[in-house]
Design a protein around this ligand. Structure first.
Ligand code: ADP
Ligand code: MG
Length: 394
């Protein structure tokens, strides 16, 4: 394949390793400076110029977009998507990963643990927000921080209020998050490629620091992940729209809590800690996927008016219970079942003989009118149980 690595730093470890891994496998590879692209929307078809000349054909692109050029980098990746060039990380995925609030908002509806978090603007809402996540000490985070910069542990409510007020006065948005004290300055970085974790390490903060980022002096050791940590890491990356991702998780009493998902995770720390060829795994994965460039299924499908996608739920009283999909009459009503979700398992393209059970969820494509009365009633909001008090409260 012909691969373009988008990077502003051709000489750093990660870029070098990716380039070498591609060359070793006989691929043609170039490192292109993300900021030297021009996006051309004048012609008949989406196109890109590089250093003033029309870009030649590439089969795949691997974006390594630094936080300081997120906006431009995303635009370049989005343009490659319009040109049907495969990218493991979509522009949307990168956008999701760059904003910690956006990331955990998206993850929060799925079966993925996240630290209790709130986002408030008005001064009057700050104190109740801190209480809601379990009181002090409390973590305050800039939405767009990286490498541990912009993550603060406030020992008491007064300091927390002062920090939040100061940051907000300089127009910075902040998250208020429960301090997961039991993780003791450690976290897990799981490196996801495609649908598996290819490497994982546990990072430990140095001294009395609570942030375990390697950039903050943290140390790392190889770790064998529990299946639950693996599932959470892979699903988080996929939900975000990332096929190459570094998922940061805390080890809490209730299992993995995802803090963030990084879309340009560094290779040096994790390759050194684990002695694994992660660059090779990334290149192999991309080579395997080039035939399947990003496609916005909703955008394409809904071009046919009156048709769309919907998720149907098999309720307790539904007459679908116990029936084989082929006998439900869905197909006759112009509805195709794309996937069946049962608990945490997803069955793609379920066969007609598969029998439906209570609580199954069916992702369908079909006539909206036929699906209307099968869509579950809007759920009523329940009052939330209180967060249990933290051990250091008593
Ligand atoms: N809620 C929390 N409880 C305990 N430690 C945390 C919490 N949030 C972050 N940390 C620590 O701070 C580090 C940096 O936080 P993270 O959200 O990953 O931001 P960054 O993008 O700067 O890496 C984490 O790796 C972890 O060690
Ligand atoms: Mg992090």
């Amino acid at each position: 394949m012909k691969l373009a690595i988008l990077s502003r730093s051709p000489r750093i470890y990660s870029t070098q390793r990716l380039k070498t891994a591609a060359q070793e496998r006989g691929h043609s590879v170039r490192v292109l400076d993300t900021l030297r692209f021009s996006i051309d929307l004048a012609g008949d078809e989406p196109d890109l110029q590089y250093r003033g000349k029309q870009l030649s054909h590439y089969d795949a692109v691997l974006p390594r977009i630094g936080a300081s050029i997120t906006f431009y980098g995303m635009a370049v990746v989005r343009q490659f998507e319009q040109m049907d060039v495969y990218t493991p990380n979509t522009s949307n995925g990168i956008a999701n990963s760059r904003d910690k609030l956006r990331a955990i908002q998206i993850l929060s509806r799925h079966n993925i643990g996240i630290p209790a978090t709130t986002f408030v603007r008005d001064r009057a809402d700050v104190l109740p927000a801190i209480e809601r996540v379990g009181g002090s000490p409390v973590v305050i985070k800039l939405l767009e921080g990286t490498q541990g910069i912009g993550v603060i542990l406030a020992p008491d409510v007064k300091v927390a209020e002062a920090v939040i007020e100061t940051l907000q006065s300089t127009r910075q948005n902040v998250l208020i998050q429960r301090f997961v004290a039991e993780s003791k300055g450690q976290d897990i970085r799981a490196f996801v490629v495609g649908d598996r974790v290819v490497a994982a390490m546990r990072r430990k903060a140095s001294g009395d620091e609570f942030r375990s980022n390697l950039h903050r002096g943290g140390t790392s050791e190889v770790v064998h992940l529990d299946p639950e940590f693996e599932r959470v890491a892979v699903q988080s990356a996929q939900i975000m729209g990332l096929r190459v991702a570094g998922v940061d998780m805390l080890e809490s009493e209730d299992g993995p809590l995802v803090m963030e998902v990084n879309s340009s995770p560094g290779l040096e720390g994790i390759e050194t800690a684990t002695d694994l060829d992660i660059a090779g795994a990334i290149v192999d994965y991309i080579a395997n996927q080039v035939a399947f460039p990003e496609l916005d299924i909703r955008q394409r499908l809904t071009v046919s008016t009156g048709y769309g996608v919907a998720e149907l739920q098999v309720g307790q009283k539904s007459d679908l219970v116990g029936k084989a999909i082929g006998d439900t009459g869905l197909r006759e009503r112009d509805i195709t079942v794309l996937t069946l979700t049962r608990g945490t398992t997803v069955i793609p393209n379920p066969r007609g003989v598969r029998e439906l059970e209570v609580d199954d969820r069916l992702l369908c494509f079909g006539r909206l009118e036929s699906m209307r009365d099968l869509v579950p009633e809007r759920k009523r909001r329940r009052a939330r149980p209180k967060i249990k008090p933290l051990p250091h409260d008593d």
